[in-house]
Design a binder for this molecule. Structure first.
Ligand SMILES: [Zn+2]
Length: 280
């Protein structure tokens, strides 16, 4: 776990504080973007909760001496259940069997954790099943719900969880293929020229579209400069000079404010276009 981002450090700090001050709650909702990158942080939290060594520092988890932590890494720890959506939704019976399993076997003094991935896929019926469990948890059972966006989670669930976030504030979310294509054209002025009409008809239809697109493009470039290896879908930017991105960012920042209501949109487009084509 080298080169942690600010948000990741903050997260670690937070879970360490929880453990050190003995303030473990019964239910957490953790927001995360790229789950393959960020899931290990969730597992660190799980380990801290269940590790018999009462670890309160994430760094101390790497000793490799504890069998429970190793079982967690191998995904074979029996007191950690992970529930994933069965298709587009998390179904009621998935949660019923979890409840049965955890409620009917009591382990005195031991903690158990269940993780619900994509908590926004809890529908009202499956949410109902889990609500009571969240409200009146059995001693020692900790719920960790994961989501990409807390605002998509049912309010009844959200209000019962303590929210932690691994989401970067510069997070750009899922980027539409057309935008990615546009960026590719942008970086190769001859393509930009050839596809001019097509681009206008698909993503730069009017001023409002242009504002959104160029704001996003700028955000993507800023993100890429901060995290060059952060996302697979931006790997096509690898190898391009940093200066080029800064030039595009400058152009966007200078041209976008000119896009006021009474400007001739077509002329504005022509001018920002010709500036893009000049970037070397
Ligand atoms: Zn351990």
């Amino acid at each position: 776990m080298n080169d942690l981002t600010y948000v990741q450090k903050k997260f670690i700090n937070y879970i360490e504080t929880i453990m050190q001050s003995n303030k473990l709650s019964h239910s957490y909702l953790i927001e995360l973007g790229d789950s393959s990158l960020e899931f290990p942080f969730v597992l660190s939290f799980v380990k801290m909760i269940v590790c018999p060594k009462n670890v309160t520092k994430v760094a101390s988890l790497d000793c490799g001496q504890c069998s429970i932590c190793r079982f967690i890494d191998e995904n074979s720890f029996l007191d950690l259940k992970i529930i994933e959506a069965d298709g587009a939704q998390i179904k009621k019976n998935q949660l019923l069997s979890l409840k049965d399993e955890y409620q009917n076997t009591s382990l005195i003094g031991k903690r158990r954790v269940y993780i619900i991935k994509d908590a926004e896929k809890l529908n009202p019926s499956s949410a109902n099943t889990i609500l009571k469990f969240l409200e009146e948890p059995e001693e020692g059972i900790v719920a960790i719900l994961l989501t990409k966006n807390r605002y998509q989670v049912l309010e009844t669930i959200l209000s019962r969880c303590q929210v932690l976030s691994l989401l970067d504030t510069t997070d750009i979310g899922i980027v539409d293929d057309n935008i990615l294509l546009f960026i590719q054209y942008l970086l190769h002025p001859s393509d930009l020229f050839i596809h001019y009409k097509e681009i206008i008809e698909t993503i730069l239809i009017d001023k409002e579209c242009a504002k959104k697109v160029f704001n996003l493009v700028e955000k993507i470039f800023i993100y890429y400069l901060s995290y060059p290896d952060g996302r697979d879908d931006l790997s096509f930017l690898n190898g391009i000079e940093k200066k080029k991105f800064l030039d595009y960012i400058t152009i966007i920042e200078e041209e976008l404010p000119k896009l006021v209501y009474n400007i001739n949109y077509k002329l504005w487009l022509d001018s920002i276009y010709s500036r893009f084509m000049e970037v070397k």
